[in-house]
Design a protein around this ligand. Sequence first.
Ligand code: PNS
Length: 168
Amino acid sequence: MRRAVCPGSFDPVTNGHIDIIERASTLFDEVVVAVGINQSKARARLFTADERMGMLEEVCATFPNVSVAGFHGLLTDFCQAHGIHAIVKGLRAVSDFDYELQMAQMNSSLTEVETVFIPTSPTYSFLASSLVKEVAMFGGDVSGLVPDRVLTRLTERLAERRGEEDDA
Ligand code: PNS
């Protein structure tokens, strides 16, 4: 059984993530999408870990060999606990490569795990959750960059945040 993990923050999941998850699901028997739960970054997130996982479960429901999980601590510990020997990462541009290579080498020094890089589809090479949030926050159109149900949640959450700021 060839099992891989697609790790990330997914705050929120974008169409670029889904492209990589779907392509990974054709290369491996099982793919676990693992949401990093880092309490120290919780306040900086737009969505809670449960919300991020819930959105991923909905949008990955069409891929039968993909599941979603959360993880605390080291990704390599998660891999060991789940019998995973491959980490799948999307590479958008050369600028991603330096840090991704460093992480891949660190992870393989910690446990027996290979990192497999999948080049992002050119359609999504500029896409990042942080940019989607920023553009949406200033009223830009991000439909087509995130799944419809994520767009709805994003719009609602940003409206809630604006309401909180107005009350403050
Ligand atoms: O979507 P992101 O923010 O690029 O995801 C980063 C993530 C969660 C994949 C990365 O920060 C990670 O693997 N965190 C777990 C902690 C860990 O294992 N750190 C050592 C990396 S070499």
